[in-house]
Design a binder for this molecule. Structure first.
Ligand code: NAP
Length: 551
């Protein structure tokens, strides 16, 4: 436990919250490249963040494995070998544990410790951070690496506390695993987590009942073992240029975006293109066929219709197929999904689908789930019901900036940041992949590393130029929030009830939270701000602070 021992100055240069990709990378940057004193507080008893908690069956990432990694060390890139085309949760966790060990990071991480409060001490110009283990520690820079999708959403369904079986949220999965053999299982939710978990659970459970609120578009992932020849002969010798292309791309992967319209080709040719991309699998279906699938409703309808036909073809029972057809939102207006055997799973005798819009849940009972049409008994309920994304984890901590103002109040109508890295009134508090940055719309490690580098550079500038405190101006923040909304309003994202908009959490302000302008555009904007000596940010040299502290 750390106790406050300073005489006017902070205990540490920096505190980082969370030991996932963000926290590990930030620790290495601040400690090893800048020589700062740093402590990471991590709630879990190991590193990994998202990949420490999300251990549900079938959990893996939708980014291809060779792109889902740190890029700061060429030796690390060359030495590590992924086994799957897409990285699976146990292997991503092993990778992050390897990084922590290889770069000797754990000695600066305090595990099993959640930050409960962080208050900015204006007189001293530093943050006072409290944890659930009784620590009180002060630091000059406070950096959040808490992730965007870390606070689980378990819906407030009456009767859950009476359920006599076991229930689990995908984002807080038991480390010993869950045995489904011989069990009657309910899965509530069909987003990325549900679509991955349902086919795997159905392989061993006696019976699975899926409770679906919104039918989903999902594209086959065509997951398999990694193409070793591709990795050894084409990726590893060219890693630097591949990752540089990822950094300047739209979504953090070096992808060829098609410039043609879906209506530049005949119906037959369009169908052949969709068939080929469906057979190849993955998110390429969305962007390498035509440039307007994600921007034009009519073009989008051609791809949406193709997927609906695939669902009808795949699912044997016409009534189940009907229920699985997404009809209330355009393709890719919610988080795009890729899957393995998702629709095929509904052909199994032990899988049944309930659509909540036709047959809503009334209550959870001692023995199961009751919907309008009747009650079903279960041994296990799996909540694949998502997260209070982007803001939920910030609000679990009592974060207070200037004048004791709470972040919950500053963001009561939706998160407000400049560039997604800082919020006005919260000096020297930085967010890795905060709201207003492209993060969740991208291959995360690329966005995370960009923030680590940019925040690191800013702190380095402050250290070398005797700038004590930094925060964005309200004007710069208001302009950025308006820009984030403006860009989003031109996209189809506004047509889906997604967690990007906070629509999954009752009462949450309906504001599009991530920046949809693209990873490359955003990076160039951030680089321009740094090159121009940080317009939109105000610096304080700390003279008044030093006097107050000394006095
Ligand atoms: P999600 O996408 O928010 O999906 C939650 C599901 O639960 C949706 O089907 C939602 O229905 C349903 N739901 C929510 N509240 C409900 C309620 N009260 N009653 C009934 N159903 C309810 O959550 P997620 O699947 O955990 O994924 C969250 C994000 O994590 C993803 O979008 C992705 O960014 C990331 N993730 C990525 C991967 C990957 O890379 N493959 C895997 C897992 C997660 P509605 O659609 O009607 O809201």
């Amino acid at each position: 436990m750390v106790t406050e021992t300073h005489q006017g100055g902070p205990d540490l240069d920096a505190i980082v919250i969370g030991a996932g990709f963000s926290g590990l990378g930030m620790l290495r940057r601040l400690r090893d490249e800048m020589g700062l004193s740093v402590r990471v507080f991590e709630k879990g008893d190991g590193v990994g963040g998202t990949w420490y908690w999300n251990r549900y069956p079938g959990a893996r990432c939708d980014s291809e494995s060779y792109l889902y990694c740190f890029s700061f060390s060429d030796e690390l890139l060359q030495d590590w070998s992924w086994s799957g085309k897409y990285p699976e949760q146990p292997e991503i966790l092993s990778y992050l544990e390897h990084v922590a060990e290889r770069f000797d990071l754990e000695r600066n991480i305090q595990f099993s410790t959640a930050v409960t409060a962080a208050h900015f001490d204006e007189a001293h110009g530093f943050w006072r951070v409290k944890t659930d283990r009784g620590d009180t520690v002060t630091c000059r820079y406070l950096i959040s690496g808490i992730g965007c999708i870390s606070t689980g959403n378990v819906p407030d369904i009456p009767g859950l506390d009476t359920f006599q079986g076991a229930w689990h949220h995908t984002g807080a999965w038991p480390h010993d695993g869950v045995a489904f053999e011989g069990k009657r299982v309910a899965v509530i939710g069909t987003g990325s987590s549900g679509v991955q978990a349902i086919p795997v659970i159905a392989q061993t459970a006696e019976h699975v009942t899926v409770y679906q609120r919104t039918a989903q578009f999902t594209i086959p992932a065509r997951h398999g073992t990694v193409d070793r020849r591709l990795i050894e002969e084409e990726v590893k010798p060219n890693y630097a240029s591949i990752l540089e292309a990822a950094r300047h791309s739209a979504g953090g992967v070096p992808a060829e975006f098609s410039a043609r319209s879906a209506f530049d080709v005949s119906d037959e040719e369009r169908h052949e293109i969709y068939e080929r991309l469906w057979a190849n699998g993955g998110h390429k279906f969305l962007f390498s066929a035509f440039g307007d699938i994600t921007t034009d409703l009519d073009a989008n309808a051609t791809a949406s219709d193709f997927i609906r036909d695939k669902i009808r073809e795949t699912v044997d029972d016409p009534e189940t197929a009907r229920k699985l057809l997404p009809t209330d939102h355009p393709l890719a207006s919610k988080r795009p999904l890729i899957d393995t055997d998702y629709f095929d799973t509904y052909n199994r005798d032990n899988v049944e689908l309930i659509t909540l819009k036709e047959d809503p849940i009334e209550a959870i009972t001692e023995t199961g789930v009751r919907t309008e049409s009747g009650e079903r008994d279960f041994d296990i309920i799996v909540f694949a019901t998502g997260f209070d994304a982007m803001t939920g984890s910030f609000f679990k901590m009592d974060i207070r900036g200037r004048n004791g103002a709470a972040l919950t109040d500053a963001w009561s109508a939706g998160p407000r940041t400049y560039l997604g890295v800082q919020s006005a009134g919260f000096p020297n508090f930085f967010m890795i992949t905060g709201p207003g940055s492209p993060s969740v719309l991208s291959n995360m490690p690329v966005s995370i590393e960009q923030h680590i580098e940019w925040i690191g550079d800013l702190i380095e500038t402050m250290c070398t130029q005797d700038r004590y405190v930094v925060e964005p101006s309200l004007v710069a923040q208001d302009d950025w929030v308006a820009h984030v909304n403006d860009v989003a309003s031109q996209t189809l994202y506004m047509h889906g009830n997604s967690w990007y908009l906070g629509a999954n959490i009752p009462g949450k302000p309906r504001v599009f939270m991530p920046y949809v302008g693209g990873v490359g555009v955003y990076r160039e904007h951030c680089e321009g701000v740094a090159a121009a000596d940080y317009p939109g940010f105000t610096f304080d040299d700390g003279a008044a602070i030093t006097q107050t502290a000394a006095g």
